[in-house]
Design a protein around this ligand. Structure first.
Ligand code: OXD
Length: 326
């Protein structure tokens, strides 16, 4: 029987009976990972936020496995140098989250434009204060990340009347859904045109810190930044400075450099900032959907069939027809 290690943070996946019948499944938290992995064949990173593989010894063992499945979209925690260099195949949960995240982002755009937080504050005070609110129709959203999540965000925002400018790894002029997709290398030049800058890119060496003081200075003073990708896409201290200086109007942040966001972070209380606890993807039923994706991939792995959602370890995400590799 193959040995499958499930790394979790206290909440085991359900719906694993098929896997348990066909494999020796070891459920462990980070402190038990080293021992569990010694003779293992596969690892399910059910806790996709775990930094356990930052440990070089564990990373070397993981690199010698046959397969690592990450129960999440972002694989940045799994792609440590040893894993990238090794032969181990890495897969993820691509596709599970696209619609939920897109809905969440549309909600944030509406929250800002229609000032729902202001309405709730006034309601709490029993104050009747009429205000005018912004239209979203005709506003421009710059969506950074042209993978399935970014594309679904772009599609939904466009359906809601926004003008959408997509930015991906490489530029292209004949994208089937968006026509033009611009290159992330030219991001700085597009920032001044955007009312909403939405970060939906994977965290890779190329995207880390892509929004810094220089980029924030190029954004409109009325613009809002929405980050549902990874905290490290933004230089958080630069963002705090920009918000304090009124260089941008606000930010909706679902991800942070340190999670949970420390209680003394100024982001909790800065005006115009919406803080949420890394939940944009987590629709009711997401855990079952994640487990089902793993079980299907396990079936394929046992049957020697091609796995779903194989990550390019060089790129840091699953390439698709619409996300060119160059
Ligand atoms: C993910 C996430 O990567 O939810 O899946 O951030």
């Amino acid at each position: 029987m193959p040995v499958v290690v499930v790394l979790h943070a206290g909440d085991r996946p359900s719906g694993m009976s098929e896997v348990e019948r066909a494999a020796d499944v070891r459920y462990v938290e980070a402190d038990g990972l080293g021992q569990a992995l010694t003779d293992a064949d596969a690892l399910l990173m059910w806790d996709f936020t775990s930094r356990a593989l930052a440990d070089p010894e564990l990373a070397a063992t993981a690199a010698g496995l046959d397969w690592i499945h990450v129960a999440g979209a972002g694989v940045d925690r799994a792609l440590v140098p040893q894993v990238v260099a090794g032969d181990v195949v890495v897969t993820n949960a691509r596709g599970v989250f696209d619609a939920a995240i897109a809905e969440y982002v549309l909600g944030l755009v509406l929250l800002f434009a229609k000032d729902f937080p202001g309405t709730l504050d006034l309601q709490r005070e029993r104050t009747w204060r009429h205000r005018e609110t912004e239209r979203i129709g005709g506003r421009t959203a710059l969506v950074v990340g042209a993978g399935p999540i970014g594309r679904r965000i772009g599609t939904l925002l466009r359906a809601a009347g926004l003008r959408v400018h997509m930015v991906g790894r490489g530029a292209r002029s004949a994208d089937p859904d968006f026509g033009v997709v611009s290159a992330a290398a030219d991001l700085q030049q597009y920032l001044p045109d955007a009312d909403y800058v939405v970060l939906a890119a994977p965290l890779t060496p190329e995207t880390e810190g892509m929004i810094d003081a220089a980029g924030l200075a190029r954004m409109r003073t009325t613009a809002r930044l929405i980050n549902i990708g990874r905290g490290q896409l933004v230089v958080e201290s630069d963002l705090i400075d920009a918000l304090r200086a009124g260089q941008i109007a606000g930010a909706a942040l679902d991800v942070f450099q340190t999670e949970p966001l420390p209680t003394d972070s100024p982001l909790w209380v800065l005006p115009g900032v919406v803080v949420s606890p890394h939940m944009s993807a987590d629709f009711i039923g997401w855990l079952d959907a994640l487990a089902a994706g793993f079980v299907e991939n396990f079936r394929r792995w046992r049957a020697g069939e091609p796995l779903m959602n194989v990550v390019s370890k060089r790129l840091g995400y699953v390439p698709t027809d619409e996300s060119p590799t160059e």
